[in-house]
Design a protein around this ligand. Structure first.
Ligand code: FES
Length: 110
């Protein structure tokens, strides 16, 4: 499925996905903004190397894990997009499970 921004949906800001500038709308989660941009997978599993993309979009499946502003293991469907966020795919397991706290912002869905 492919989504598109229309002229009726105002762009609220720009975030970056692996160096690519991506617009998002007010209220978009990171996952919804990436899906609208046509990003087809968000992470690569540590064991098999299979690609994964969001499945539940409600924080249950963890298939949407990405790195946000350098913090790994962030559920893209649970974090609201913010201007100047830097997002990258998560490939394999995160380096240090306890060193990087989750992204908590005033706009977080948690
Ligand atoms: S899509 Fe399932 S936790 Fe994000």
């Amino acid at each position: 499925m492919r989504f598109q921004l229309t002229e009726e949906t105002a762009i609220a800001g720009i975030m970056y996905f692996e160096g690519q500038r991506l617009p998002f709308r007010a209220g978009d989660t990171v996952a919804s903004a990436l899906l609208v941009a046509g990003i087809d997978f968000f992470r690569v599993t540590p064991l098999s190397g299979a690609t994964r993309a969001p499945y539940c979009l409600m924080g249950i499946c963890y298939e949407c894990l990405v790195s946000i502003n350098g913090a790994d293991n962030q559920r893209a469907c649970q974090v609201l997009a913010e201007h100047d966020m830097f997002i990258s795919r998560q490939t394999g397991a995160r380096v240090d499970a306890m060193a990087v706290p989750p992204v908590m912002t005033s706009r977080s869905l948690r």
